[in-house]
Unconditional design. Structure first.
Length: 96
């Protein structure tokens, strides 16, 4: 291998190392801050059950609560909620 090939390989390897954390699920699209300030998932589940939803799963996705459920009419729903306010976010949109 010549010097140019080694230099290009080193640059490529460094670029992968720098970009790796971005792809490691560290996104915070809701901007909700520290998790100890979030409202509990159980509170969101209770809120949605009160609206007639049947919850299948609640998890954290990119700093938001992601809910998979059946709504009061039996339609499958995938919805995102802000972890501090528990307000539903616009479909396809995270954050404030």
């Amino acid at each position: 291998m010549n010097r140019l090939s080694l230099s290009l390989a080193a640059v490529a390897a460094a670029a992968l190392l720098v970009s790796a954390p971005v792809h490691a699920g560290s996104k915070d699209l809701c901007g909700a801050g520290p998790r100890d300030q979030w409202r509990p998932m159980a509170e969101l589940e209770q809120q949605l059950n009160g609206q007639g939803w049947r919850i299948e799963k609640i998890e954290v996705d990119d700093g938001c609560y992601e809910v998979e459920a059946l709504d009061k009419d039996g339609w499958k729903v995938e919805a995102y909620f802000h972890p501090k306010t528990l307000q539903r976010l616009q479909p396809g949109r995270h954050g404030h």
